[in-house]
Ligand binder design. Sequence first.
Ligand SMILES: Cc1ncc(COP(=O)(O)O)c(C=O)c1O
Length: 386
Amino acid sequence: MQTAKRTRKLTSFKVVDFLEAARRLEAEGRDIIHMEIGEPCFATAAPIVEAARLALDQGKTAYTPSCGIPELRHAISDYYRQRYGVTVDPERVIVTTGSSAALGMIFELLLNPGDGFLLADPGYPCNANFVRRLDAEPQLVPVSPEHNYQLTAELVNRHWQANTVGAMVATPSNPTGSVIDRDQMSELYRAVASQGGTLVVDEIYHGLTYTAEPLCSALEVAEDVLVVNSFSKYFGMTGWRLGWMVVPEAFVDLFTVMAQNFYIASPTLSQYAALAALQPETLPILDGRCAEFQKRRDYLVPALQKLGFTVAGLPEGAFYVYADVSALTDDCEDFCWQLLNEHGVACTPGTDFGEHRASQHVRFTYTEPLSRLQLAVQRIERALQP
Ligand SMILES: Cc1ncc(COP(=O)(O)O)c(C=O)c1O
């Protein structure tokens, strides 16, 4: 059977490879500590589950409008007003099947074959594949601790090429947890706009930040940016497959046509559940979980540093530690497989996130309870003994 050439350019999502290998070991009876997958260990909060149950009892099982139920688009718009003080017309909110669908459609909208798109390296691995899938070119820009692991206006200008049509950032970032403040976001926006390109901002880890100042949304800086968000992380709903994007008004019709064709509508029960996720009584539960993640981060980072991992400061958001392992190994993949197979700790090699010094890094997720993280540190310590 013949397959399209461009699908051969796609690379595997290593975190999922490690997750699946970990699950196979668990099926054999092994105890595995999960520090690979970016998934909160908490069950979805009770009011959200209750809302889904109610929707099921009420028979809400049919397709919804392609861009989401109007109540949810309004509730998301209200959320922007309350949380960020920005007015977003609910029509500009497109509900999607996870933010993954939003990302796929955004690149579909922006890229012709041969176009280039600037992406931070290290960054979320699927973005490069979304770009490759369209016969376009992911233009990886190396970012290091000196840039707080983020694209800057200066990097955008330096790396912009004749075929570049836009740039994408994630704040907080995966895999480093670094954030972009309001001034940096404005500069970034101006740099991309002055090149005639489009800025895409992934805000899926918003709500999971450990900084004194609340994080700014790109929508506070400009209207003509594409902002992606999700119910997966802060809202703790990974398996419900629900996300959203806020897009300029001029693109709403095009995204509607894509949603109609690509998946008809997002999961109905998840949308009714998400209404409860945005209620004022649910948010304190989610903020309590964020405080718990902060405790886990505060334990894990110094514990890893003590073992010989180099971590450039405390990550400001998300639930990841991107650790330099060059003092311990020169092959992060081999290191991760050994940790998993011999010591029962699953983590993700830096090579999942790009090319820049990738093999010298490992990403650890701190979503498991503190006692499990302590056990993981003991196991890693044992693994490092000569
Ligand atoms: C930065 C980033 N963006 C997008 C996604 C996709 O998440 P979802 O499709 O569950 O919303 C992830 C998942 O880990 C991520 O880390």
